[in-house]
Design a protein around this ligand. Structure first.
Ligand code: SF4
Length: 274
């Protein structure tokens, strides 16, 4: 009864990425929901930040040409639950063959909670593996509600110092860290994702504090170190927004290997990339 009611749900997304291999295990479809409570200086998905679709004046670039739902100069679109499920179902054979599934990413998927929850329920009834890629910046009760319908949480950990987190990500990290402690105390479903942003998140102090913090958590399944890249430069240009990290140089492979070695003291599988 509840599921039938929820079928009327609509949400705002800005992309559906097929055959993704960097957003959780196996081959996945990643649904990018719009809206993010953070405002990271290095954001690689600036088009995710506002929850409503955004029209870009004088822009003829079609943001996401692989689907039939978006219009040319508008980022993001309203879409029904049924339409998203239809897209997800098209690749069910790939999920089965590769132990993959669906990842709900963003932005922050918890910002559109009813839509997210409905999607998770629908996936569960179809036995489709689900992951939520989250900033952790949400009321903990929402994690509790989705827990039984989510196979993996891809949980971002960025800056340990609260003042720096406010400076570079726009919000306090307190709720993010508290939620992570609570979730990890009951769950082995967490993969931590650490963006490696040169001079910002890769400092001696931040890495040390992070390793110390993670060492006190239980049940972390894996840590993914995500090297900064500047693929988002063209998005900022098209959106006519200032890119404050346009000149930042991505970390070298050897730097990533050194970081991997440092995290290895935790005895948790470490991966470079998603
Ligand atoms: S949490 Fe992710 S989507 Fe949100 S502002 Fe930061 S980088 Fe961008």
């Amino acid at each position: 009864m509840r599921i039938r009611y929820l079928k009327n749900t609509f949400g705002y997304i800005f992309d559906i990425k097929k055959y993704s291999v960097n957003d959780g295990p196996g081959i996945r479809t990643t649904i990018f929901l719009k809206g993010c409570p953070l405002n990271c200086l290095w954001c690689h998905n600036p088009e995710s930040q506002k929850i409503e679709p955004e029209e870009i004046e004088n822009c003829t670039f079609r943001w996401h040409p692989q689907n039939n739902y978006s219009s040319k100069n508008v980022i993001g679109y309203k879409i029904s639950l049924d339409d998203v499920i239809q897209e997800i179902q098209k690749d069910i054979l790939f999920y089965e063959e590769s132990n993959g599934g669906v990842t709900f990413s963003g932005g922050e998927p918890f910002l559109q909670f009813d839509f997210l929850f409905s999607l998770l329920l629908e996936c569960k009834t179809r036995n489709i593996h689900t992951a939520i890629d989250t900033t952790g910046y949400a009321n903990y009760s929402l994690f509790e509600k989705v827990y039984d319908y989510t196979n993996i949480f891809l949980y971002d950990l960025k800056l340990m110092n609260d003042e720096l987190h406010k400076k570079y990500c726009g919000v306090s990290n307190k709720i993010i860290h508290e939620n992570l402690k609570s979730l990890s105390s009951i769950s082995d479903k967490i993969i931590l994702r650490v963006p490696i942003i040169p001079t910002i998140t890769d400092t001696e102090e931040n890495i040390n504090e992070m390793i110390q913090f993670i060492s006190k958590l239980k049940n972390i399944r894996e840590i993914d170190l995500l090297p900064f890249h500047n693929y988002a430069n063209s998005k900022y240009e098209k959106m006519k927004r200032e890119n404050k990290v346009a000149n930042l140089v991505p970390p070298k492979e050897e730097d990533m290997q050194k970081l991997k070695e440092r995290f290895s003291v935790l005895n948790i599988p470490i991966k470079i990339g998603g």
